[in-house]
Design a protein around this ligand. Structure first.
Ligand SMILES: NC(=O)c1ccc[n+]([C@@H]2O[C@H](COP(=O)([O-])OP(=O)(O)OC[C@H]3O[C@@H](n4cnc5c(N)ncnc54)[C@H](O)[C@@H]3O)[C@@H](O)[C@H]2O)c1
Length: 336
């Protein structure tokens, strides 16, 4: 069984995805459609993704929408169009983001003191306020139906760990301000929202992808190498996030049929995607061994605290097990 299998818990569910034209957003669209869900695929630009746009437009179970998450008018229009077509929204994935290399310079690397106020305003405009604008609208049908799952995509650069009673940032050397500050704000907002919405039977989780070949990746690596910087680790493929997104999206079952805990049954599927690495013939990257799949230990999520009778309960132990399993996997190049 693979990641494209249909899933009873997602059959017919309506999933709204931002930043859906390319990169991981596109992978979520394909993964959810393959799982039997219906998808409102939104992006501010479909340029360069016209074939995908046309293929989606030809399907009954998909809706393609122009939606810049910074525009109240566009978010309103897209929300109405999605409701008109599908009548409900079950899942929202806030995936759209303004990446550093499109904001500060082609390498994406900049020190905090080199950034301008405008960089911060633009970054927070998309990554925080944009996600909030979209959430405010798309959560309405979830509140009405007392069922839903919201997944906010953040980054491992926001993480800290405890050492000898104090906290240290996980990797503050990556020169990624203001992007990481915006993702930290989104994560914190998600924690609070999760608490606020748990009594409405709506789960709010964050997902942290591995180092992934998004649409910006090749150009950024080339720019870094040209500037004498390190190329960085080999990336994983966008679809590596799909199983976890499917899992979190499937958490909210109608109250009458919900099991108290949703278990992720298909470990093989997960193993398969964790073994996919991008062919990188044309992109310089770090050497052999630089890409073992320990990135999976970065998977984090915010679950609602287990509450008796609350169907959006996430099994924390599941992701711990997942990380351990991924650590034990050998790195397998897709070319082999
Ligand atoms: N690629 C990685 O290594 C990585 C790692 C951690 C987190 N992430 C996060 O994963 C998500 C997807 O990243 P990706 O690498 O696939 O990036 P990507 O640039 O390939 O895709 C991002 C999408 O967001 C869209 N977008 C940007 N601004 C928008 C706006 N104002 N309104 C609507 N859509 C907008 C873009 O058009 C694009 O289609 C992002 O939230 C990113 O921050 C990526």
């Amino acid at each position: 069984m693979d990641a494209t299998a249909r899933r009873a818990e997602l059959e017919g569910r309506v999933v709204a995805i931002t930043g859906a034209a390319r990169g991981m957003g596109r992978a979520y669209v394909e993964g959810f459609l393959a799982a039997g869900a219906r998808v409102a695929a939104t992006d501010k630009s479909w340029s360069g993704a016209e074939d995908f746009q046309r293929a989606l437009a030809a399907r009954d179970d998909a809706l393609v929408l122009d939606m810049d998450v910074t525009s109240d008018a566009e978010v309103d229009r897209a929300y109405q169009a999605a409701l008109t077509k599908f009548g409900i929204i079950d899942v929202l994935i806030n995936n759209a983001a303004l990446l550093q290399m499109l904001l500060v310079n082609p390498t994406g690397r900049v020190t905090t003191l080199e950034t301008t106020d405008e960089h911060w305003q633009k970054s927070f405009g998309v990554n925080v306020f944009g996600a909030l604008k979209v959430t405010r609208r798309f959560v309405r049908p979830m509140l009405e139906r007392r069922r839903g799952s919201i997944i906010n995509i953040v980054s491992s650069g926001i993480l800290s760990f405890s050492q000898s009673g104090g906290f240290k940032a996980l990797r503050p050397g990556s020169r990624e301000m203001p992007y990481m500050a915006s993702k930290a704000a989104l994560a914190t907002m998600s924690f609070y929202l999760a608490d606020e919405l748990k009594d409405h039977n709506i789960a709010v989780n964050i997902l942290i992808p591995g180092h992934t070949r998004g649409s910006w990746f090749d150009d950024a690596v080339r720019a870094r190498v040209a500037a004498g910087m390190q190329a960085g680790r080999r990336p994983v493929v966008p679809e590596h996030m799909v199983p976890l997104a499917l899992y979190l999206a499937g958490l909210c079952q109608p109250t009458s049929t919900a099991p108290s805990r949703t278990r992720y049954e298909n470990r093989e599927e997960l193993r398969r995607v964790l073994r996919l690495f991008v062919p990188v013939e044309d992109v310089p990257t770090g050497g052999e061994g630089a890409h073992r799949p320990s990135y999976a230990t970065q998977y984090e999520h915010r679950a609602n605290d287990p509450v008796e009778g609350h169907e959006c309960d996430v099994a924390h132990r599941f992701l711990d097990e997942l990380a351990l399993q991924a650590d034990a996997l050998p790195a397998v190049d897709r070319r082999q």
